[in-house]
Design a protein around this ligand. Structure first.
Ligand code: MG
Length: 159
């Protein structure tokens, strides 16, 4: 039996911050603002996994009031979630996600993002799909005020 979960996240774009998407730093004049490194895609993936496992959400596990997570590398948070899944006897089948960002284009970094996430998720790259969409110049994404990401994960009992 497979279980599925959904994840959504958004972060504000601000000057003087790094733009980290799926564990990959993308050169840009602004980056994502947040308590951790604000890796919007990794946060959406974490919520999809926690949702599929019935383990709540990212805010419950890594509260933004907790100083331990200030500037946290979100890939390390994803690794922690993978350990929680393993403790529950669960493995990931696949992850599909969409980054909604006006600029810059993530196409040149897509493969690197897929490989980074696949490595942490213990999956072949083919089972991690990263899609890109824009805000068509409308809304907070289109005005380049922020970036959003959506993810769906399927997991199953290991063995
Ligand atoms: Mg977030």
């Amino acid at each position: 039996m497979s279980l599925s979960g959904i994840g959504f996240d958004s972060h504000r774009l601000a000057p003087g911050r790094a733009l980290v998407i799926g564990g990959v730093e993308i050169p840009h004049d602004r980056g994502l603002e947040g308590h951790s490194d604000a890796d919007v895609l990794t946060h959406a993936v974490i919520d999809a996994l926690l949702g599929a496992a019935g383990l709540g959400d990212i805010g419950q596990h890594f509260p933004d009031t907790d100083e331990r997570y200030r500037g946290a590398d979100s890939i390390a948070l994803l690794e922690h979630v993978m350990r929680l899944l393993a403790q529950e006897g669960l493995r990931v089948l696949n992850v599909d996600c969409t980054v909604v960002m006006e600029r810059p284009k993530i196409a040149p970094y897509k493969q690197q993002i897929v490989e980074r996430l696949a490595d942490v998720l213990g999956l072949p790259p083919r089972r991690v799909n990263v899609k890109a969409s824009t805000g068509e110049r409308i809304g907070f994404v289109g005005r380049e005020e922020g970036v959003a990401a959506l993810a769906v994960a399927s997991i199953a009992e290991a063995g």
